[in-house]
Structure formats: C-alpha cells, structure tokens
Design a protein around this ligand. Structure first.
Ligand code: PEP
Ligand code: MG
Length: 567
C-alpha cells in the first residue's frame, strides 16, 4: 500500500493513465527541394491522424461538443487553411513543423481580426487543431484529457488548473499527484466534482505503469495497486459508509439554513465553470457565492471574447434563475497563470501582479469582462465581486471602470441590471483592518480565508513544507474575520465567506458566533453544513466565539472547537 495526502474524499477504483509532460520545441529548418514531397507527405499524414481521431471522438459525444468537433473536421479539410501551410513547404522550403506554425498562424490572425465575434472566436479552434497537428508531427504521446476511458485514475507530477478544467470528469475515478496542496485549485475542483484525490505521492509518475489497476481512498490518502480481495472489500465498506452518510444528509435537503434559535444564514456554492451551477443546485445551494471566473480564461488558449464570457455568465444566471450568483472578476496571477498574457515571472507571485492589480492595469481586459457580466445580469440575479482588494483606492478605481462600462451600455441601448450589487473579497489583512471604511463604499463582503490565512501568517498556501503553520485557527486570522464581519454590519451590508473554512463543520460554530451571514463552499459540503447549522444555537456560539477571541494559540482554538463539536 502506498500513502499520500488525501485532499478530496471518496473511494475510487480504476486504471492508471500517466500524464507525461512534454516540452514542445518547434525548430525552423530549411529543406532541400528533393525533400519537399516528403515534408508534404508528413503534413498530410499528421492531418489524416487528427481527422481520424476526431471522427472516433465524435462517436462518443453529442450536443455542443459534437458541433465543435464537426467544425474541427470542416476546418481540417478546408483547402484554404491547408494551402497556407503547403505553400510554406513548397515555396519557402520550411520543414513541416515550422510550416504548420507559419501557415496556421496566418489563418488564425485572419480569424482573430474578423468583426463578427463568433467567427473571431473560431480562431481558438484553429489554434487547438494546430497544436494537435504539431503533436502528431513531433510524435508526442499526448493524452486527450477531455476524452478519457471510463474509470480512469489520472497520475501526474502536478495537474495545472487548466488541465484540471479540461478533465472529462465523468470518466475520472481518481487523481494522484506528486505535488499540490489541499487548497490548490486542482484539489478544490476535485472536491467540487466529488472525485477522490491524493497528492504528495513521491515519484508517482514512475511508480505506476499505464493501465495498472488501483484502488484509492481520497480521505486517508491510501493507494492499493492490484488490490487484493480483502483490500477491495475494506474500501467497498468505507464507500458504503460514505453512501449512508449521504443518505442521512438527504434529510436536510428541504430544510432551511437556520440555527435552533432562529438565525437564518445563506448557504451558497463556490463554482469554477458555468455548468457547475447545475451541481450547486443539485446540492441545494441557495445561491452561488463565488464563480471563479478565471477558469473560463484558463480553459482557453486565447483571451475569451466579450461574447464568450457573456454566454458563460448568462448560462449561470439562467441556471440559477432568481437565486443570486456572485461573479468574481478575473483573479489571475499567484498560482494561476495565463500563458497568452505572457506575464513576467516574479520572485513572489502571491505578492505580485495579480487579480485586481492586473485588471486595473489593463482596463481593456477588465472592461471586456465587466461588460459581459453586466449584459448577462439582464438574465438573472448576478452580482460582481472584486478580488484581492487591499485599499479603498483600488475599490474606487474598480467601481469607476464599472461605471464607464455601464455608460457605454446605456449609450448602446443594451439592457443590464441597474441595481447590480458590487462587493469585494476580504482576503488581505489590510482590507480586513479597514473593513468599516470599505463597507461604506460597496454592497457586500466575502472573506477569502484561503488567501487571508497565507497573508496573515506569511505561509504560502500551497507550500507543504510549512503547511502546519497555515492554519485557520490562528487567533490573528479569527480577529481579522471578526473585524471584517463587524465592519460590514456597521454599514448594514452582508458579510459572507467563500474560503474553504466556510464549509468546515468544526469552524462553522465559530463563524455563526461571529455573525457571518453567508457561507459559500464546495457544493458537496452544503447538506453537511446545513445539518451543522440546524443543530447550533447562535447565543451559545456567540459565547464560544467570545471565549475563543481571548485565546493566544491556534492549538488551543482548535482543541476548544473540537471539544465544542464533540459535545
Ligand atoms: C480565497 O482566497 O479564500 C478564495 C476564495 O479565493 P481563491 O481560493 O480563488 O484564491
Ligand atoms: Mg483568494
């Protein structure tokens, strides 16, 4: 048995698929005239392989995905696209790889410059095809993450967030990685999709072979290769227990989120992709407290257009209907990169050019997103949330850009929700400390404990070496949470929390005591959180929080909360 760190609960049985990283290098070579035919043949063989692959994929899909694949086939067979590449071989005597680079790029540029938004966004499909053709020419062994065999257990050094976003979740039974922490975005996404995940498995990509049969326990971090009958039975028993708890939690499906003494709170869901809103509703979310819009950007090889984003946010608004959905504006930087932005490497990315800082510095990018959210707000109950606010100036500057977008839409006679709520994340200590001032200039707060903890105790959120120091129980973190909630209430605005701490049954009594109004969490934690809240007494929780606010040590806080929950 192997052991790693369980980061997403559940039992998974399946076969290993190892994700190998390939560094792609396109060399520019000049070929002899005699080689032209050979290079043309290589090009056509690569195109044929991609066409064959696409045709096979099409047999297994339907709806929009199938439409996209159909469009791929048309592009691949379009003589005008291919002739650019052929000419680069015939006339410029480039090797096939470089010819694909040149030929496809010129067509991509033509599409990008088209006025029609739909046609412009097709450039992304051509880019995708280019990458696949190059993969064939370079004989790269690539795995199509969006099209996996049933019961796949993915093994990787580390899954990037964009790789995770592409995963064919219905066929993934588990994820095993060498690196990545509990609060990495990959772990968070695995939890949203209830996929068991284990990280910190040293040399995992070398330990296993493709096709190995394994069973994993995402709670304990245990991995069994070729599990014995006895091991299988043990895991099946655990799986049954998890199922039983799930059934017991079903009782809370139609209950209100209210304490025994009548304090109502909101139980919201955190989502990554627009379609996750369906998962949220299935789990009885009363709203979406955080749509991490960066997933939309990371799921793409080029910047999503206003039209792309409008469609995505509209989808959320329409799924959620009259329930609120808070769209957080782009939070890129830190551990989330966007290759096409060509951001410079920084020594301290979490303290660097990130989120609202990047947006305010690139108003063009920011405006595209704000216009898209505003337009989508006509179709439901959307709210806007700015991430990583550290000062009142940043909040004012962000609101100013939003006002400009509203004016533009007014001039264009485009409708949007004129009363759209505007809030901010409280995830930097400086914001928590001036919460009373910030509250006077926005409509709501949402505390981001994932970042607030790292900035308060100076411990990077994904750094395993020092992960023991990364604790939500630190009294300083709790004081900042209190300050944010009190600051919000002074101006009669609501204070929520969308960091992972909001869904922790051990922490919820403290948050109820401090007066938190809205708890936003992974969808699959909602019923459990409702059960916790239904069994709490606000007045008792208030006393508990007062007692905890006097404590000096994180250990003491954690011990007291465990004691409270166990009694
Ligand atoms: C947070 O920091 O708590 C948060 C919710 O934002 P993210 O995890 O996306 O940084
Ligand atoms: Mg954050």
């Amino acid at each position: 048995m192997l052991k790693g760190k369980g980061v997403s609960n559940g039992i998974g049985f399946g076969n290993i698929v190892i994700l190998k990283k390939v560094e792609r290098k396109i060399e520019k070579k000049t070929i002899e005239s005699a080689q032209v035919e050979n290079e043309l043949e290589r090009l056509h063989e690569a195109l044929r392989e991609v066409i064959d692959e696409t045709e096979i994929q099409m047999k297994h899909i339907s709806g929009t995905e199938a439409d996209i694949m159909q469009a791929y086939l048309m592009i691949l067979q379009d003589p005008s696209l291919i002739s650019e590449t052929e000419n680069a071989i015939k006339n410029s005597h480039y090797n096939a790889e470089y010819a694909v680079e040149v030929g496809f790029n010129s067509v991509i540029q033509i599409f990008e410059n088209m006025d029609d938004a739909y046609m412009a966004s097709r450039s992304r499909d051509i880019l995708d095809i280019k990458n696949r053709v190059l993969g064939k020419l370079l004989k790269e062994e690539t795995i199509d993450l969006s099209n996996l065999k049933p019961n796949t257990i993915i093994v990787a050094t580390e899954l990037t967030t964009s790789e995770t976003a592409k995963l064919d979740f219905k066929n993934v039974s588990g994820i095993i990685t060498e690196m990545g922490g509990e609060n990495s975005h990959t772990s968070i996404m695995a939890r949203t999709h209830t996929i068991p995940a284990i990280t910190k498995v040293e040399e995992a990509t070398k330990l296993f072979k493709d096709g190995d049969s394994v069973a994993i326990n995402g709670t304990s971090g245990e991995i069994y290769v070729n599990p014995t009958e006895e091991e299988k039975q043990k895991l099946l028993t655990l799986e049954k227990q998890l199922e039983e708890e799930k059934t017991e939690l079903e009782k809370y499906r139609d209950k209100e989120s209210i304490t025994k003494d009548g304090t109502k709170v909101k139980l919201y869901a955190n989502i990554g992709l627009p379609s996750d809103a369906e998962i949220a509703l299935k789990n009885t979310a009363e709203g979406v407290g955080l749509l991490r819009s960066e997933f939309l950007y990371m799921d793409s090889d080029t910047m999503p257009t206003e039209e792309d984003q409008f469609e995505a946010y509209k989808q959320v608004a329409e799924i959620m209907k009259d329930k609120e959905a808070i769209i957080r504006t782009l939070d890129i930087g830190g551990d989330k990169d966007l290759k096409y932005l060509n951001l410079e490497k920084e020594a301290n990315p979490f303290l660097g050019y990130r989120a609202i800082r990047l947006c305010l510095d690139n108003p063009k990018i920011f405006k595209i997103q704000l216009r898209a959210i505003l337009r989508a707000s006509a179709f439901g109950k959307l709210a806007i949330m700015f991430p990583m606010i550290s000062s009142i100036e940043e909040l004012r500057a962000a609101k100013q850009v939003l006002e400009e977008c509203k004016k533009e839409l007014d001039n264009e006679n485009v409708s949007y929700d004129k009363n759209i709520q505007v809030g901010i994340m409280i995830e930097i200590p400086s914001a928590a400390l001036i919460a009373d001032k910030l509250a006077q200039e926005c409509d709501f707060f949402s505390i981001g404990t994932n970042d607030l903890i790292q900035y308060t105790v100076a411990v990077e959120r994904g750094n395993e070496k020092i992960s023991k120091l990364y604790t939500k129980y630190h009294p300083a973190v709790i004081k900042l949470i209190k300050q944010a909630i009190d600051g919000a209430h002074l101006s009669n605005i609501t204070c929520g929390m969308c960091g992972e701490a909001a869904g922790d049954p051990l922490y919820i009594p403290l948050l109820i005591g401090l007066g938190l109004d809205e708890f936003s969490m992974n969808s699959n934690n909602i019923l459990r959180a409702r059960r916790t809240i239904n069994n709490l007494d606000k007045e008792i929780c208030k006393k508990l929080s007062e007692e905890i606010l006097q404590m000096a040590s994180a250990e003491e806080v954690e011990k007291r909360l465990r004691e409270f929950v166990n009694n």
